[in-house]
Design a protein. Structure first.
Length: 314
């Protein structure tokens, strides 16, 4: 696939002293360039990302981002944007959740009573946040009923947990020893599902990441490569019949986020030398109907990072 550079620049590595802003002339050149393109990313908005340990907000995927934090020496991961677009929660270097204002970056809350959080997300109409700590799920904010992961042996580990706004829950458990392997468990009172799956179809490596992308049964799983424990393969499902409607493979995938309305997957990407934001159109619409060059993958090389990039978008 052709690489499309959003601002027609290359090799710009942000640091704490460099500006992320691009000139008006370059933006006008981009607009002219895009007139001859069929672009499935034109409506991708509200993207947040950690770039060189600071958080940036893109009102549109090809807009100039707003820098919300100015502390590049402090590690930031697992960034999550609230559904009403007003708050961002992320994990600091101690994996403690920090909530900031998505408009100006002001710190609203530091949840110092929680540390070593593995995974988190906004639920309950942004009134609560789920936190996976160890093998337990904790709810911060308004109380939400949670069925705690079932651990058969002390050596087992909950690798990943996800929950949507209608109460669907899913989590991966890794077993060690004679019963080694990963198991995916679903609990859904609304959809009447209580299922434990040992192996998903098309699983060729160790699946260890689960995330719901909507409230109608849509979810995706990430598979690691057994060596680096980084995701290299994503399977996206649109229901609970456990048959993926699309798979995507890449060298290095960090914090993938899928939106079914746009059929776009966004994630932090690394080729081993640099980290960037990558977006992939996974839909079936033919954007090349009029023999106009189509865009199916974009890699935002204008905003490179020395550190892994975590993303989210709504």
């Amino acid at each position: 696939m052709k690489r499309f550079n959003i601002f027609l620049l290359s090799g710009l590595l942000l640091s704490c002293s460099e500006s992320p802003f691009v000139s008006k002339d370059v933006i006008e050149e981009l607009i002219a360039f895009n007139k001859n393109k069929k672009n499935p990313f034109k409506d991708v908005k509200n993207v947040v990302a950690t770039i060189n340990n600071d958080i940036y907000f893109f009102s549109h995927i090809d807009s100039i981002p707003k820098r919300l934090t100015n502390s590049p020496l402090e590690k930031k991961t697992n960034v999550k944007l609230s559904f009403d677009l007003t708050r961002i929660v992320y994990l600091d270097e101690n994996k403690i959740p920090v909530i900031i204002d998505s408009d100006n970056g002001q710190v609203l809350e530091i949840l110092s009573e929680y540390s070593n959080v593995k995974q988190l997300g906004w639920i309950n109409n942004d009134n609560s946040i789920f936190l996976l700590i160890g093998n337990s799920v904790i709810i911060y904010g308004e109380a939400v009923e949670v069925v705690q992961p079932e651990i058969s042996y002390p050596s087992n580990e909950v690798l990943s947990f996800s929950m949507n706004d209608i109460g669907d829950q899913a989590y991966y458990i890794k077993s060690y020893g004679i019963y080694a392997g990963q198991k995916l468990k679903f609990d859904s009172e609304v959809n009447k599902i209580d299922t434990l799956i040992s192996v998903l179809p098309n699983e060729v490596s160790g699946a260890d990441y689960i995330n719901f992308y909507d409230d109608t049964g849509g979810f995706f799983v990430g598979y690691n490569d057994y060596t680096s424990n980084e995701i290299e393969h994503v399977s996206i499902f649109n229901d609970y019949f456990f048959w993926p409607f699309v798979d995507w493979y890449d060298d290095f995938i960090i914090s993938p986020v899928f939106n079914s309305g746009h059929e776009v997957l966004i994630y932090g990407y690394s080729n081993g030398n640099y980290n960037s934001i990558k977006a992939v159109y996974l839909g079936t619409e033919n954007y090349d109907k009029n023999s106009v060059e189509e865009i199916k993958t974009i890699n935002i090389d204008e905003y490179l990072s020395e550190y892994p990039i975590y993303v989210d978008w709504k």
